[in-house]
Design a protein around this ligand. Structure first.
Ligand code: ADP
Ligand code: MG
Length: 479
């Protein structure tokens, strides 16, 4: 009830209606338009005179008319209807996104005398929402398909999102890490220190990493630690602070750097070896010749035995020089078709010529395979490997060599039943001069590797669970 006389209240209400930005339309019970304010004229484009007495259905698109009729019926029978968002049609035929409240107007006697429609233009809001959805989808697809890991955390360090690249990088599924502290992705001591960094940054605004980016260590689910580049961004906006981390895996680059260092070291060893060979090998041959001459002049007996011993030692020394030269000079294979099975068989024959290996048997099985290779160089490889195996079985036992061919690759496996290789030295075996033998040069496997790689092949060595040692070589098959 108004606090003022009725006629005055009616004037005030009328002026409120007129000045409203919303379209306010009064109709009779059948929906015929009785009043039409300025807001309605602005929204729909009809001047009041054009719609006076027309049906409110004029504003409804054809597909909405059934629903419209039901709403009017509900109101006539006294039910209320909730405000709704729908599409109306303007005078020029364009669609309008509107939010509409429709209510019944009670007459003097309390029964429903007419209907009021209040419509508000929400096109701008709808457009904004649609644009937001599009940009949201866009960002989502960028994050989902990114090659780098992207992690979002809140101000307390808890993970809020974890993209597929991050899942691959760390081996966690998204569900495993959401809500967890981001420090689970770091190894000690960063894991323990991270909360401190974060709260100091929030308190003092002093950035150690934000906006800078640096190389850090990550820890995978399986506990392995790997290098990565991390750039952190502080997400501005209302509400709680959040941070994004972009994580770029550096393990590939670090491996490449290590490879480059190894290759540089090899090149230096090569230069050094060439000098030693030149300076030592020729004089050594001279010394050997001179000793031999002296030996022939000695009466046979104790002194002659010493000469033989000296010559044996000089021969061992020249073998080392030869090994060194072989290893140091990058092999330039002179290739011709070579049948591998026969080559291995012939090399095994050389081994049995050595009395120390009289009780070693080499079994060669598998298929005959032709590869384009330098037979002389491959012989050196197989001899090195067979000698290693013969040492491993301590001069008595069987070495099995199997040869197979598939997909243009010849696979050669040498297996012995020796003691195998402790896992802690497995990755050192191809390092020049690494040996566990009192008389070893540590050049056999590195030389084999260089020769095999010069043939575009690969060589690997491992200790299978069944015991012993297994060397696996792969060489491309000649077309
Ligand atoms: P060397 O034979 O002069 O020691 P290699 O490069 O041929 O040098 O081998 C390096 C090391 O690899 C050996 O000292 C040995 O410890 C290990 N090794 C190689 N082959 C075998 C094998 N078949 N069984 C066990 N250990 C092996
Ligand atoms: Mg060896």
């Amino acid at each position: 009830m108004p606090f003022i006389p009725n006629d005055q209240a009616a004037r005030i209400l009328a002026s409120i209606v007129e000045s409203s930005d919303d379209a306010i339309i009064g109709t009779d019970l059948d929906g015929r338009i009785l009043t039409w304010n300025d807001g309605a004229t602005r929204l729909y484009g009809y001047p009041p005179a054009d719609v006076q007495g027309a049906s409110i259905g004029l504003l409804i698109p054809p597909e909405g008319l059934g629903e419209h009729a039901r709403v009017l019926e509900q109101l006539r029978t006294g039910s209320r209807v909730a405000p709704r968002e729908t599409t109306h049609v303007a005078r020029d035929g364009s669609g309008l996104e509107v939010s509409v409240s429709i209510s019944a107007i009670a007459g003097a006697s309390g029964h429903v005398a007419g209907l009021s429609f209040i419509a508000r233009d929400i096109s701008a809001r709808k457009r904004g929402e649609a644009a937001l959805r599009v940009s949201d989808q866009l960002w989502r697809s960028v994050v989902e398909s990114a090659v780098d890991g992207i992690v979002v955390i809140d101000a307390r360090g808890r993970i809020e999102s974890f993209n597929p690249a991050a899942q691959r990088l760390f081996g966690y599924a998204e569900g495993d890490v959401i809500g967890e502290n981001v420090s689970i992705l770091m190894p000690a001591p960063y894991r323990q220190e991270h909360d401190g960094y974060l709260s100091r940054y929030l308190r003092e605004g002093q950035a150690r990493i934000i906006g800078i980016g640096r190389e850090v260590q990550g820890q995978r689910r399986d506990g392995t630690v790997f290098p990565l580049h991390l750039s952190v961004g502080d997400i501005p906006g209302e509400g709680e602070r959040k941070f994004t981390g972009i994580l770029h895996d550096l393990s590939g680059r670090v491996r490449m750097e290590q490879l480059a260092r190894e290759q540089a070291a090899m090149a230096r060893v090569g230069e050094m070896a060439a000098v030693i060979a030149h300076e030592v090998k020729n004089p050594l041959a001279g010394v050997r010749g001179a000793i031999q001459v002296i030996g022939t002049r000695l009466p046979s007996g104790k002194d002659a035995a010493v000469v033989t011993e000296i010559i044996a030692r000089i021969d061992a020394l020249s073998r080392l020089m030869e090994d060194l030269l072989l290893f140091a000079r990058p092999p330039q294979p002179k290739t011709a078709p070579v049948e591998i099975k026969a080559l291995v068989g012939a090399t095994a024959g050389l081994l049995s010529g050595d009395p120390a290996f009289r009780d070693v048997h080499v079994e060669v099985e598998g298929v005959a395979v032709q590869v384009d290779a330098d037979a002389g160089l491959l012989k050196i490889v197989f001899l090195n490997l067979l000698i290693n195996a013969a040492h491993a079985v301590q001069g008595s036992g069987t070495i099995r060599v199997s040869i197979a061919a598939h997909d243009n690759v010849c696979g050669i496996v040498l297996a012995d039943s020796g003691p195998g290789i402790p896992s802690e030295i497995l990755d050192k075996l191809f390092t020049p001069f690494f040996t566990t033998k009192a008389r070893g040069t540590g050049l056999g496997l590195p030389t084999a590797k260089r020769i095999i790689e010069a043939h575009s092949g690969t060589i690997g060595i491992d200790s299978p669970p069944g015991g012993g040692t297994r060397v696996t070589i792969q060489l491309p098959i000649a077309r």
